[in-house]
Design a protein. Structure first.
Length: 301
């Protein structure tokens, strides 16, 4: 990975290390990697990170190539929505696991991405930013280098990574919009199932009604925190489990998986500092249910 910048007047007099860490989010770990196997250059010449900068100086940080991911490469179709030197953003289909687990050792999105990179002659680690459950569809960010992954971790801590979902829940949600603020933790009798509990982690979900059917509600949801199964747990707690989510009280009568889709991502690109927004339409199984809701809305008008 290569990171270059020109020193501004605001950073004049600061050390290379100070600017790399504060302005560009380069961690101590990355600086150590650059020292042993990479390089730090000032105006084209090797430099110490303690050197002071002047306006107009050119600083270049080069990190050594990473070891190849140990996952087995398995070529598969990938719905790539954006790619640059730092990011790969894909639309994950429902039913696909993101990363190998004990019960899903291969055939995952990670295996497919590693095969894609290897075919391009690239050696990278698989670093998903926003993890999606197996049966949740939609947009997923993969950081292509350690620096980018660290920047997204910072965005998540500062809650500046915008994540918007669409969902179909059972029953009619009364309020047009609202906030679910309830701590989430593991249920005592399970290593998978979460629940709202006083000793859980703080969690906050915003929702807005997009449409109502006879016994279903179409919602837009915005995550302020990112707890495991957060939307699924919060909506079940609200009394409106996701359609198809039998783990949290929903029925699979209408759809064979939880009706949850990561529809929109919005964030400031860590390198260019430009706002990047991507949207992904809901897949056919959810679109069919939304169509029933929309047709009922139209009949009621």
């Amino acid at each position: 990975m290569l990171l270059q910048f020109e020193v501004t007047e605001a950073d004049e007099g600061k050390t290379i290390r100070d600017v790399l860490q504060t302005a560009y989010g380069v961690s101590r770990r990355l600086l150590t990697r650059a020292k042993y196997g990479g390089s730090v250059c000032l105006n084209g010449a090797p430099a110490y990170v303690t050197e002071r900068l002047k306006k107009g100086d050119q600083v270049t940080l080069v990190l050594p190539a990473e070891e190849a991911e140990s996952l087995v490469p398995q070529p598969m179709p990938l719905a790539i929505r954006h790619e640059d030197e730092d990011l790969l953003i894909l639309a994950k289909p429902a039913g696909m696991v993101v990363h190998p687990t004990r019960t899903h050792p291969d055939g995952t999105l990670a295996n497919g991405v590693v095969a894609y990179w290897q075919a391009k002659g690239e050696s990278r680690k698989f670093r998903p930013v926003n993890r999606l459950d197996k049966d949740t569809s939609g947009l997923l960010i993969v950081a292509k280098n350690q620096w980018a992954h660290e920047q997204f971790a910072r965005m998540q801590r500062q809650r500046t990574l915008g994540r918007t979902y669409q969902a179909i829940v059972e029953g009619l949600v009364a309020d047009e919009q609202g906030v679910i603020e309830a701590p989430i933790g593991l249920r005592d009798d399970s290593i998978i199932v979460r629940e709202v509990r006083p000793d859980g982690q703080y969690a906050r979900t915003h929702y807005r009604v997009l449409g109502r059917g006879e016994d279903m509600t179409w919602l837009e949801l915005h995550l302020q925190t990112g707890r495991t199964h957060q939307i699924r747990v919060h909506l079940s707690y609200l009394g409106h489990p996701l359609a198809g989510d039998d783990l949290y009280g929903g029925s699979r009568e209408r759809i064979g998986r939880q009706a949850l889709h990561a529809a929109r991502l919005s964030f400031c690109h860590p390198r260019s500092q430009e706002m990047l927004t991507l949207t992904e339409p809901v897949p056919p199984d959810m679109a069919q249910l939304i169509g029933q809701i929309e047709s009922r809305d139209g009949a009621d008008e």
